[in-house]
Design a protein around this ligand. Structure first.
Ligand SMILES: [Mg+2]
Length: 262
């Protein structure tokens, strides 16, 4: 396959593509320089709903990468955008999540009202302060008719010590207890990408760049985008052979992508 033609709209994953842990990967600055020089637009798209755009921007800056908060889309911001289209002014929302989600939904001027008594919507994200009481309240809200929305379906959150529960694990508990399936905004669903495209220029082929077949590449495939997998994160060449959805492009890393597409 050649390279994608014309000006591109690049939807770029963060962890495993731009950095691993707290270390920036090789060639990231050159990737953004190439994109800018070629006239491509880019947006960083993360399933993580814990942090605000400003916090993600600060983390990147500490790694040596300068990205404005508006150049970052979290699943929390995408969930807010989705709710703004679905829920009326003043909708009552019970939200379980980190500062990224709570600020997205309830910052001053928000059209939503936090409500744990009779919520119309239950919104679930990663929550490091999860408790039995919160999960029980979430299950009861859904049984009482609250519509169930999840920022991202990642069941695990990798740490240096091992895997820990992600938002998808809390989602599974609520679904097991209530029998109700959630609406999911983050990858591999396409809601987050639809919000991303609304933040970008209207023209240009859409290219998803990610490190995971079962989130980034699957979501890009569902969106009808061109997909590029880099092998600097989770998925391996063996995974590509075994997975039913194949990326359009496969690169060892971003420098190989830039060399191939320049
Ligand atoms: Mg990733």
């Amino acid at each position: 396959m050649g390279r994608p033609e014309g000006r591109l709209r690049l939807l770029v994953d963060l962890d495993g593509v731009l950095y691993r842990g707290t270390t920036i990967l090789q060639g990231v600055a050159e990737f953004f320089a190439w994109a800018e020089a070629a006239g491509h637009s880019s947006l960083l798209v993360t399933n993580n709903s814990l942090r605000t755009q400003a916090e993600v921007s600060g983390n990147l800056r500490r790694m040596g990468l300068s990205v404005e908060p508006g150049g970052i889309l979290t699943s929390a911001i995408a969930t807010r955008a989705w709710l703004q289209a679905q829920a009326p002014e003043g909708a009552r929302i019970q939200a379980l999540g980190g500062s990224g989600l709570l600020q997205a939904l309830f910052s001053p001027g928000s059209r939503f009202t936090p409500d744990w008594e009779s919520p119309e919507w239950l919104v679930l994200g990663q929550d490091f302060d999860m408790t039995y009481q919160k999960l029980a309240a979430a299950c009861i809200a859904v049984q009482n008719g609250a519509r169930f929305v999840v920022t991202n379906p990642d069941t695990t959150l990798p740490t240096e010590a091992g895997l820990t529960p992600g938002a998808g694990a809390w989602q599974a508990v609520v679904t097991l207890v209530t029998g109700v399936q959630a609406t999911v905004i983050g990858k591999p669903e396409t809601g987050i990408f639809e919000t991303a495209l609304a933040m970008m220029p209207a023209e240009g082929a859409v290219v998803v760049i990610g490190d995971r077949l079962d989130t980034d590449i699957l979501a890009g495939h569902r969106l009808g985008a061109t997909t590029a997998l880099v092998l600097t994160g989770v998925s391996t060449r063996a995974d590509v052979d075994a997975y039913p959805v194949k990326p359009d492009y496969l690169f060892e890393d971003l420098p190989e992508l830039v060399a191939s597409w320049s």
